[in-house]
Design a protein around this ligand. Structure first.
Ligand code: ATP
Length: 590
């Protein structure tokens, strides 16, 4: 298959604002792709060479890309940079500079998709001394065989700036269309993806073995499962009304992690965002070898720092210091972790995600022996609101963040926020019931003291998972520490884009747009209707078109969150929070 097919498809996707058309173009591309290449084709569309949890990247920065373009086009680096400044996109600059040269290319030299996939994998695998030069050589070879359009796609891919904004939901829809001609396979494909976090592998199984294999998909030790998420309700009464008798667990405030042990005995630890963290938590890796009675398993829990003297739980601000790559031995002595397990998802070949909570929990208690490093999260079965409220208050007094109530009969619903889990936190008693995780889509220059930093605030959005776009919700101008301002001005400067990214939906214009990449935690007084924001936009009671906005939004100390933009707070959650806030207001007026 020719690589130009991919480039044509990406160009068509870039030119259309319609999600449906993008899905259609992509599904046609997948249909044409040989089954032997579909896996890498899907990674390529995601701008990657492997699933996200493998942490393998091509690793070519703008500077190296500029050098490579200059070398291939036979011009100076200064000329490439000037072209980049003029066009605001290094891919487009490369296309312009290489176009002439490409016209002399022979038809027999046309790039195949296979050649490109192999080359980018080789670039990603290059490590150690001389690796930079090896990468340049590989990219030079590709560029010298590229047309203008191909050079554009290659440079965008290698510099991690695809600009077509295809998220996982669009790829899943396209796969369903490719096989069934409609969206009917979406729930099955989605489940397989949620269980494996590997869309390339799911596509390969689907196209080579059919939907039957996708429906029979099981967790795989070593592949992180996308986490089940909790809904919110405002009170113990509301929870009991929703669930009836339920299990109530303490809500620990640390790192949510998954611990995997495969048949060969290899232990791997993943973060909530499916990042590998095995090397960071050696004491937990050691503990699971002795304290878990199974050959192969996937456990989930919250890892929390413990004071070695008092044996008490440490606050999140202390636990978070464990998130470092250096000095791990010393840190693990000073702030040892304890894993409070709350789920068992896979056990010696058995998929536990279908089993009801009751059964999973009984198995968890049987499998995990309680030690200093690993134990089962505390819990209590509650039948009435009074008992639940007492347990909640007791949990707060012991330094926990709140409680999570769990439906005794529900399966584990990977990758989704459902009422099978409901969280209740102390902050819910206020006007806005929770912090919100927003995606940075732009920023403003500062005034006064902030002029020096080149940073004066953020334009932020929430994620609309129904149409795979980021919709603006707040201009955040306060709550920043000096360090945060410096951090933002540095980090955001690197991801500035000339125009509003196509996956962003916003009416306001920031001073600079950025690619949606970072998620930050913000607090606000309440959610209000707003004519200037796009989140939840629709026609209000008075016939005016309005969206929802955060009132008096401010940055929290948590700052940048360990979440990908697609895991930010969603538009639907904002609508629910808005309704919850109005119920709480009504209640307090009574
Ligand atoms: P929050 O900011 O409230 O932690 P979140 O967006 O990080 O929210 P949610 O799914 O909304 O995640 O809340 C559940 C989180 O609470 C989990 O991600 C997990 O880290 C944490 N947690 C602590 N104790 C438990 C428990 N016993 N069961 C499930 N999750 C728990």
């Amino acid at each position: 298959m020719l690589f130009s097919k991919f480039c044509e498809t990406f160009d068509r996707i870039e030119a259309t604002p319609s999600r449906l058309s993008s899905t259609d173009f992509l599904s046609k591309l997948f249909l044409e792709t040989p089954a032997s290449q579909i896996r890498r084709a899907v990674y390529f569309c995601q701008g990657r060479v492997a699933p996200e949890f493998e942490d393998i990247e091509v690793g070519i920065g703008d500077r190296i890309a500029e050098q490579t373009i200059a070398r291939t086009a036979g011009v100076t680096v200064a000329k490439v940079q000037a072209e980049y400044r003029k066009r605001g996109d290094l891919g487009v600059a490369a296309a312009a500079l290489l176009e002439k040269k490409a016209q002399t290319r022979l038809a027999s030299e046309e790039l195949t998709a296979q050649k490109v996939f192999e080359s980018v994998s080789r670039m990603a695998q290059a490590a150690g001394t001389g690796s930079q030069e090896r990468k340049i050589k590989i990219l030079c070879e590709l560029l010298s065989k590229s047309s203008g359009a191909e050079a554009k796609t290659l440079i965008r891919f290698c510099t991690d700036n695809m600009r077509i904004g295809i998220g996982e939901p669009t790829i899943i829809d396209a796969l369903s269309f490719a096989v069934a001609g409609d969206k009917s396979l979406k729930p099955d494909i989605e489940r397989a993806f949620n269980l494996s976090s590997d869309l390339g592998m799911v596509a390969e199984v689907l196209l080579s073995e059919g939907i039957g294999r996708i429906r029979a998909f099981k967790p795989i030790a070593g592949n992180p499962i996308r986490p089940a998420l909790a809904e919110r309700l405002e009170s113990a009464e509301a929870i009991i009304e929703k669930l009836g008798e339920c299990a109530v667990e303490g809500k620990y405030d640390g790192f949510r992690i998954q611990v995997h042990k495969d048949r060969a005995g290899k232990v791997r630890v993943y973060s909530r965002k499916q990042e590998p963290m095995t090397d960071m938590f050696p004491e937990l890796v050691k503990a699971v070898a002795t304290d878990v009675d199974a050959k192969e398993f996937i456990l989930e829990g919250e890892a929390v720092g413990i004071d070695p003297k008092s044996g008490k739980i440490l606050p999140f601000q202390v636990t978070v210091q464990r998130k470092r790559k250096h000095g791990i031995d010393e840190l693990s002595r000073r702030i040892p972790l304890r894993l409070f397990c709350f789920e068992i998802l896979f056990l010696d070949g058995r998929d536990m995600t279908y089993a009801p909570y009751r059964e999973r929990h009984a198995m968890l208690e049987k499998t995990v022996s309680k030690s200093d490093r690993i134990t089962v999260a505390e819990y209590k079965i509650c039948k009435d609101a009074k008992t639940l409220q007492r347990y909640f208050e007791d949990a707060l007094s012991r330094g926990l963040e709140g409680i999570i109530a769990k439906d005794l009969n529900a399966p584990y619903i990977a990758g989704a926020r459902k009422f099978a889990w409901i969280k209740l936190k102390k902050s819910y008693q206020g006007a806005l019931s929770d912090t919100v995780d927003v995606v940075i889509i732009g920023f403003y220059y500062g005034k006064g003291k902030r002029t020096k930093l080149g940073f004066g605030g953020l334009l932020t959005a929430v994620y609309d998972d129904e149409d795979d776009r980021f919709k603006s919700i707040a201009r955040v101008g306060s709550g920043f520490s000096e360090e945060q301002m410096e951090q933002f001005s540095k980090m955001l400067g690197k991801i500035v884009v000339k125009e509003k990214p196509r996956e962003v939906d916003a009416l306001m214009e920031p001073d600079e747009w950025v690619a949606p990449k970072y998620v930050v935690e913000v607090n606000a007084d309440e959610i209000t209707k707003s004519p200037v924001h796009s989140a939840g936009r629709g026609i209000g009671a008075d016939g005016e078109e309005v969206g929802l906005a955060l009132r008096f939004p401010r940055m929290t100390a948590a700052g940048i969150r360990d979440k990908s933009p697609h895991d930010a707070t969603t538009v639907n959650e904002i609508i629910e929070l808005y309704e919850m806030q109005n119920r709480a207001k009504k209640h307090s007026r009574r």
